[in-house]
Write a protein that binds this ligand. Structure first.
Ligand SMILES: CC(=O)SCCNC(=O)CCNC(=O)[C@H](O)C(C)(C)COP(=O)(O)OP(=O)(O)OC[C@H]1O[C@@H](n2cnc3c(N)ncnc32)[C@H](O)[C@@H]1OP(=O)(O)O
Ligand SMILES: CC(C)C(=O)C(=O)O
Length: 504
């Protein structure tokens, strides 16, 4: 069994520009421990700030109520009782003590001898024991230490191993290791100290964090540090999503993790951190379960020839089939199946040709566009006639120094409704007016989760603007797209598609 310690709330917060509010720390800790089944979480560094102290207190109060207190860890410094006081008064019971794992760091940063440093650590460990605070030891810069000053690393561990210490944690602080020497150095530690528990803490400077985790486990390490979405100092830490898949699929080892919950956790951290997940990030990226090539989509219908073990359902995701230049009939068929539309071969060919044409013009086509493309290509407008929601009229005002106002008249199942609202922008005013109509009718309205605008390069102000809006409705995520020379009108077109989609 491999134990996972997630440090999104400590090392993850050392990502440039990231700072979690107290309620955000609390809900991330809850998702990690309750939903995902992470074994332990590191929630802060001691001494950071008053705000951090309040956040740790809040998380600790929840953990005490829910029986999770032993799973909360706080990084502390070798500073006598200062960090211990901070951690204890915040209500926590585990310190991850930041000790120096290389001769260079102890002599140049702390300006101490190894013996002085060991004495200082011993004082903190014994004091923690008196206060019933559990201690894990971080050997900061261990990867350089074991390479350039192994005698120092062994001196520290030999001096400390008899003390009440739960784990020794081996950080590749500067992300300098590769899978070959990670294996070598981790094996050296495990062979020399078979009775000690070691964690490995990777950094991703060479994009090798996950590969190094793989090697560390092969060398016999039983505890791994991760962060959600790979947040962390500089290039980040090993992403929890990839680590969980590699441990299970590539190493055949067990963890306590519930992989179907990873997507929810990743989205939550994406929102709170403001750091977008790259669309091609394994497991959690937006596009990693989308087949683009026609040949791949075709192979999926023939005994899943283009699927590997990373099936989207495992991670709370679904397989999608992109519509664009590289699509074939199979992509269209898969999307039509999902929409419940039946179509003969000839029509299918025409629709495929149109989608390829749009792809050539760099236009993105979403599944929600399909009914519109079909009606356009096949010269009938059933899709438009079938619309249950229509926008009859709208006006948008924009005046310097005044809030934009929208007045809107829409038809829902043949009945007309009108509302006005002001907002922070024209589209905001439009959506507010729309929401008023929906709340008057007690109709639920989706949550807008993302909004992106793109224009073709070339600097023309009359170019078509493509607005893609992401929505969440009844737990389901989907996107709609609008194209217009006017940005607000493009967004309104995308919104109308959403209104009709949720009627289906
Ligand atoms: C690899 C990592 O990710 S380590 C991450 C550790 N976490 C953090 O640094 C974030 C939280 N840190 C902080 O809020 C601040 O740095 C504080 C409160 C700890 C200290 O702040 P300041 O007093 O302003 O000191 P500053 O940050 O400039 O320098 C750090 C001091 O800590 C000392 N220090 C470094 N490592 C340790 C350690 N493990 N234990 C004790 N002291 C240490 C340094 O030698 C330096 O002391 P000096 O000023 O006498 O030379
Ligand atoms: C806290 C420390 C040990 C750390 O994050 C690192 O070294 O990478």
């Amino acid at each position: 069994m491999i134990e996972i310690m997630d440090t999104t709330l400590r090392d993850g917060e050392q990502t440039s520009g990231v700072s979690f509010a107290a309620h955000e720390k609390l809900s991330i800790a809850q998702v990690l421990l309750n939903d995902l089944g992470v074994n332990r979480v590191e929630i802060a560094s001691a001494r950071v700030s008053d705000g951090e102290f309040e956040a740790v207190k809040r998380v600790a109060a929840w953990a005490a109520r829910s029986g999770n207190l032993d799973k909360l860890e706080v990084l502390g410094f070798v500073d006598g009782t200062v960090s211990l006081d901070w951690i204890e008064s915040a209500g926590c019971r585990v310190v991850n003590l930041l000790c120096k794992g290389s001769y260079k760091h102890v002599t140049e940063q702390l300006r101490k001898t190894p013996e002085q440093h060991v004495d200082d650590i011993r004082t903190v460990v014994l004091e923690a024991a008196k206060r019933k605070i559990d201690v894990n030891i971080y050997l900061e810069d261990w990867s350089n230490g074991i390479k350039h000053s192994p005698d120092y690393v062994f001196l520290v561990i030999d001096a400390l191993k008899g003390l009440p210490i739960c784990r020794f944690m081996l950080p590749d602080t500067l992300g300098v290791l590769n899978p070959g020497n990670t294996y070598e150095y981790c094996k050296m530690m495990v062979d020399r100290y078979p009775d000690l528990r070691f964690d490995f803490h990777a950094h991703n400077d060479y994009d090798l964090a996950v590969a190094n985790v793989y090697s560390a486990i092969r060398a016999g390490i039983k505890g791994i540090h991760t962060t959600v979405n790979g947040l962390g100092e500089r290039a980040g830490n090993a992403p929890l999503s990839s680590v969980l898949a590699v441990i299970k699929d590539q190493l055949g080892e067990e963890t306590n993790l519930r992989e179907e919950k990873i997507n929810k956790a990743s989205r939550l951290v994406e929102t709170y951190s403001g750091v977008h997940i790259p669309p091609n990030k394994p497991i959690i990226g937006e596009h990693v379960f989308t087949q683009c090539a026609g040949v791949h989509a075709d192979g999926d219908s023939k005994n899943n020839l283009y699927c590997n073990d990373l099936l989207p359902e495992r991670f709370g995701r679904v397989r999608e089939y992109a519509l664009g230049k590289t699509s074939g009939k199979a992509n269209i068929r898969k999307n039509l199946e999902a929409l419940g539309i039946d179509m003969d071969e000839g029509s299918m060919r025409k629709v495929t040709e149109r989608i390829i044409e749009l792809g050539d013009k760099k236009e993105m086509v979403t599944p929600e566009d399909l009914p519109y493309i079909i009606s356009d290509v096949l010269h009938h407008d059933n899709a438009l006639e079938d619309q249950k929601i229509r926008i009859l009229n709208y006006s948008l005002s924009l005046a310097q120094g005044l809030k934009p106002v929208a007045t809107l008249k829409i038809e829902i199942n043949g009945e007309a409704y009108e509302e006005s609202a002001s907002g922070d922008g024209q589209y905001d005013a439009f959506v507010r007016a729309l929401r008023r109509i929906y709340s008057r009718l007690n109709r639920p309205f989706p949550m807008l989760t993302n909004y992106s605008v793109s224009i073709p390069p070339g600097g023309r102000t009359d170019a078509f603007v493509q607005t893609v809006i992401s929505w969440n409705y009844a737990g389901v995520d989907f996107k709609t797209r609008g194209l217009d020379a006017d940005q607000t009108e493009a967004a309104i077109k995308a919104t109308l598609k959403m209104l009709n989609k949720i009627e289906d």
